[in-house]
Ligand binder design. Structure first.
Ligand SMILES: [Mn+2]
Length: 300
């Protein structure tokens, strides 16, 4: 296991997103609250997602605060990063901490942005979102359907994330999917689960049609393996045929132009690897784009 974001000997590691020092007005003055969750328990292939949050925070120091794509810059006080949740390998222990933090952030009418960690960190965050926004929906970006009921006897595996979210009765839209098992495919057809796959020729048309049928507050759960592994090679379960960086920008654009208001987000499954710091930087830039493109417009 790597050093994660814990460990007393890593005080020099930057602990704020984008900036080196906490903003002047701290949590109270910020509208976007970053919560690092270095949780990794159900890894099935490559390891290392526990090191994701620290790597993203470190790489974010290199991200330009002015965003050329959306031609916007957030005020210096807009983003505040909380200390990482305590490291544990027990799902329920992590879930309890994430659920209560996210509930508090949403109650304070701020935007939570979780940095994972494996994908299961999204479940308690979305439970909290669902409590505050019972009519809200979930936009799910991923290479994998994550609809298995169990995986290796574990109902809280990263392979079951969307299944657990749908168990809450939340409307979902999966984007980027290109790996589905037979059980998942049967479930998609039986329950008419909305998805858009880059393996299908009408991907953009399908995505657009679904996006226009969704309204209201949303949680964006963003697995970086939805991008092509040539863009983000440092992830546990890479899958060829993913979206390019430009295509993800187009997706964010469509989302921003829709009637969906993204309230909170998680960015998960980065598994930093030596020599692949481009993946850390790309993930940090992506997290910033999500804040600028989808959340800043709701701030005044
Ligand atoms: Mn995935």
């Amino acid at each position: 296991m790597g050093n994660g974001s814990g460990g007393g000997c890593f005080h020099h590691v930057m602990n704020q997103f984008l900036i080196s020092q906490p903003p002047r007005d701290g949590y109270a003055g910020a509208r976007i609250i970053v919560l690092p969750v270095p949780f990794e328990a159900s890894v099935t292939y490559g390891e290392g997602t526990a090191d994701g949050p620290a790597a993203i925070l470190k790489a974010s120091q290199q991200v330009e605060t002015f965003d050329l794509y959306f031609k916007k810059e957030l005020p210096e006080t807009a983003i505040f990063t909380l200390p990482a949740v305590r490291s544990t390998r027990h799902y329920e222990e992590m879930a309890e901490m994430v659920r209560s933090r996210v509930l508090e952030i949403l109650t304070d009418r701020k935007h939570p942005v979780i940095l994972g960690g494996e994908h299961s960190v999204a479940i308690p965050a979305i439970e909290a979102f669902h409590t505050i926004h019972p009519n809200g929906c979930v936009i799910h970006f991923d290479a994998h359907a994550d609809l298995r009921d169990h995986y290796r006897q574990n109902a809280w595996s990263h392979a079951c994330t969307l299944r657990r979210i749908r168990d809450l009765g939340i409307q979902t839209l999966s984007v980027g999917i290109r790996s589905v098992c037979r059980e998942e495919w049967d479930l998609i057809l039986k329950n008419n689960i909305p998805f858009a796959s880059p393996e299908q020729p009408d991907f953009w048309e399908t995505l657009n049609r679904h996006l226009t049928s969704f309204t209201g507050p949303a949680w964006l759960t963003f697995d970086v393996d939805g991008l092509d592994p040539s863009v983000i090679p440092a992830t546990g379960t890479p899958e060829p045929g993913g979206l390019t960086w430009q295509e993800v920008m187009r997706f964010l654009d469509l989302l921003a132009a829709s009637r969906i208001r993204v309230i909170g987000a998680d960015i998960v499954e980065l598994a930093p690897a030596p020599g692949l710091h481009l993946a850390d930087f790309t993930t940090a830039k992506l997290a910033h784009r999500i804040m600028i493109g989808l959340m800043a417009s709701q701030m005044n």
